[in-house]
Design a protein around this ligand. Structure first.
Ligand code: SF4
Ligand code: SF4
Length: 449
């Protein structure tokens, strides 16, 4: 079996958050292969734990992939403050006779954004709404490398490492079957509050879930972190604001200071995106009938990557250019507008001076009291039930290939990737009986002994 087949059969998707099917990403040739080890957002511990615990496996898989895609330059990019991780990887590079080079970055947000990383490592800006491959690069995450290593040993993706931090007595690293209840994971960390809300992912790009909605959530292949927060925390309050309030505030309170544009990482790598201009024109958004005019005024919003710097850090008026851009993107799609792309952007000379230091961001987000946890040990959970989403990736869902009542072993295929589209397989993450299949998920219960 070749590498691509092994990766596809194992159901590997980008473990760093987006969930792009890895076999598709690796079916290309590229000059540069970058392992994204930056752990982009604060408060996430997972990639650092993996680098300290499995450095040899990560480097070995990375070498195999680099050879497969024909990369001449091989880079492991991480923050220079990750001293223990740097030592572990340096040792692994020596022990495995690897030619990977460590690129050590300052601690800034969004260091792990693919396009920011490619620009930093290669000096080239990815085209607007393009891929790293457009400038000869492939980027993959350290968690994905570990999954590739295990796939080459014959093991599909069945388990996930994740951290649980925030308002808890015991911030922890967990190793759990995919499909484990998020509530079970949270309980392991012992929340300090009766009532709380959570962010799944990082504080900037993760999603806030409130109250009863938490009960139905389960671990997916892309879940890397849970932050438990008080119900009145700044991040929760930001997530509560309705779109109509956000738009009303935009129309009345934007002072056109332009800070959102000056700090926007996409603007800084040369993309045409000026959130202040979108904000300035929101007063007449509903009045524009002509699609050409709409594209001229609002088309730039299509280049927003949703990083959140404009709303969570830059804006002195606590406005939300990010959410306005998300709204505008839905309007562009509804009107059938596909804005022109600049395929040869050039980074601003100011780029390196306008990076947001991680600690300042953490302070701004009121998360400093949770910031200094470092996962030393990992607890393994073995739940009696898992609920696996049929679609855990970007693209089309696969096709369930089990029925209610079937007995499955851990690692058995339960959802087959579609061959004719971007898709990914899913495997049983525990041994047991299939007890439910609906349009979204497959539930497996451990059988009583
Ligand atoms: S930073 Fe805020 S106030 Fe300033 S231009 Fe942008 S949205 Fe308006
Ligand atoms: S969220 Fe804001 S800062 Fe980030 S890319 Fe979009 S406009 Fe720029």
């Amino acid at each position: 079996m070749n590498l691509i087949e092994a990766v596809k059969n194992a159901g590997i998707v980008g473990a760093g958050g987006a969930g792009f099917p890895t076999h598709v990403k690796l079916s290309a040739k590229a000059q540069v292969f970058i392992i994204n080890a930056a752990e982009c957002e604060p408060l996430i511990e997972t990639d650092k734990y993996l680098m300290r615990t499995f450095p040899n496996e990560i480097v070995k898989a990375a070498e195999i992939i680099a050879e497969h895609i024909g990369a001449e330059r091989k880079v492991l990019a991480l923050k220079s403050k990750y001293q223990r991780e740097i030592e572990a990887l340096q040792q692994a590079i020596i022990e495995t006779d690897s030619s990977f080079q460590l690129v050590k970055m300052k601690s800034f947000y969004p260091a792990g954004d693919e396009q920011t990383l490619v620009q930093l490592v290669t000096g080239r800006s990815v085209p607007e709404r393009g891929l790293p491959l457009d400038v000869g690069s492939v980027v993959s995450n350290v968690g994905t490398m570990l999954n590739v290593y295990q796939a080459l040993q014959g093991s599909p993706v069945t388990d996930k490492y994740l951290s649980v931090v925030g308002e808890v007595a015991n911030p922890i690293m967990l190793y759990v079957p995919v499909g484990t209840s998020l509530q079970d994971c949270i309980d392991q960390a012992c929340p300090l509050l009766e009532e709380y809300d959570i962010v799944v992912g990082g504080p900037m790009m993760g999603k806030v879930y409130r109250g009863d909605a938490i009960q139905s959530l389960t671990v997916t292949k892309t879940t890397g972190n849970i932050i438990v927060l008080p119900k009145n925390h700044y991040l929760v309050k930001c997530a509560e604001l309705s779109l109509s309030s956000i738009i009303a505030q935009t129309r009345s309170a934007c002072i056109q200071c332009k800070m959102c544009t000056d700090m926007c990482p996409r603007f800084l790598i040369g993309h045409k995106i000026r959130p202040n201009m979108v904000m300035r024109n929101m007063y007449r958004e509903r009045l524009i009938a002509s699609n050409d005019e709409y594209e001229t005024i609002f088309g730039e919003a299509a280049n927003c990557c949703d990083c959140g710097i404009c709303e969570m850090f830059a804006c002195p008026m606590s406005l939300s250019p990010r959410k306005v851009n998300i709204f505008i993107k839905t309007q562009l799609a509804a009107r059938g507008i596909k804005p022109e792309r600049n395929k040869n952007p050039e980074a601003s000379a100011d780029l390196q001076y306008r990076r947001i230091p991680t600690e300042r961001l953490v302070a701004r987000l009121d998360l400093m009291k949770y910031y200094h946890f470092h996962a030393e040990e990992c607890i393994t959970l073995r739940p009696a039930q898992v609920s696996l989403l049929i679609k855990q990736h970007i693209g089309a869902p696969g096709i369930p290939c089990v029925s209610v009542g079937d007995k499955v072993q851990k690692g058995d295929l339960i959802v087959r990737a579609k061959d004719d589209s971007l898709s990914a397989s899913v495997h049983a993450s525990i041994e047991g009986k299939v007890t439910l299949i609906d349009g979204e998920r497959i539930v497996i219960d451990k059988e009583k002994e």
